[in-house]
Design a binder for this molecule. Structure first.
Ligand code: URA
Ligand code: SF4
Length: 194
């Protein structure tokens, strides 16, 4: 079966999923989307207001900034895969709860296993903590680990993990805007090496 068909099957399950209580308050689940053969996969935290309305990842203000960052390194949304730790929006955008992460991440794991990306770029604390745990890497804080490349094994696949801040952090902070822009320039450098 082609990668695209397997990813569509995962997305179809996600759209009707009721495995945790977040289904009750969602308008639309957000399975994630992008190129089934993506070399780079971006992993965010959870859908926000507009993602929940549209059923698509990173389509609000943070998404606009992510698109700018991608353009800055010569990529379009269509060339990469963009997903999240949680597929449904937590009420009032509260932080993900441990049981929700545990219940939802098998979907992300299946997406990673199908796509087999060379690079996983983790956006923010929750995403980085989750992928680091899958890689058996010690996670301290995003401030400590951002902007560096970690060679690891995730779900049996050799993968390079590049953590950075969540683009939403940049919306009201010039400091994070600069940090993210710098990190993406570093990312551009390492991508061209592989
Ligand atoms: N923030 C996220 O972490 N994911 C989205 O899809 C949108 C905003
Ligand atoms: Fe299912 Fe994940 Fe949505 Fe919970 S957040 S209902 S596990 S898709």
């Amino acid at each position: 079966m082609s990668k695209r068909i397997v990813l569509e099957a995962v997305a179809s399950e996600v759209r009707v999923c009721r495995k945790c209580s977040l289904w009750k308050s969602r308008k639309n689940a957000v399975p994630g989307e992008g190129n089934p053969d993506a070399k780079i996969m971006f992993v965010g935290e959870a859908p926000g207001y507009w993602e929940d309305v549209k059923g698509k990842p990173f389509v609000g203000a943070a998404g606009k900034f992510l698109e700018e960052l991608l353009a800055g390194i010569g990529f379009s949304r269509e060339q990469v895969f963009i997903g999240n730790i949680l597929k449904c929006r937590p009420p009032r955008n509260r932080e993900p709860m441990p049981n929700e992460i545990e219940t939802c991440t098998p979907y992300l794991d299946r997406q990673i296993s199908v796509i087999q990306p060379k690079f996983i770029v983790t956006l923010g604390n929750y995403s980085t903590a989750y992928i680091f745990s899958k890689a058996n890497l010690a996670f301290t804080s995003i401030t400590q680990v951002h902007g560096k490349l970690y060679e690891a094994t995730v779900l049996g696949l050799p993968v390079k993990i590049f953590p950075t801040f969540h683009p939403a952090a940049a919306l009201y902070s010039a400091k994070y805007r600069k940090e993210l822009t710098n990190d993406f320039q570093k990312l551009k450098g390492v991508i061209t090496l592989f």
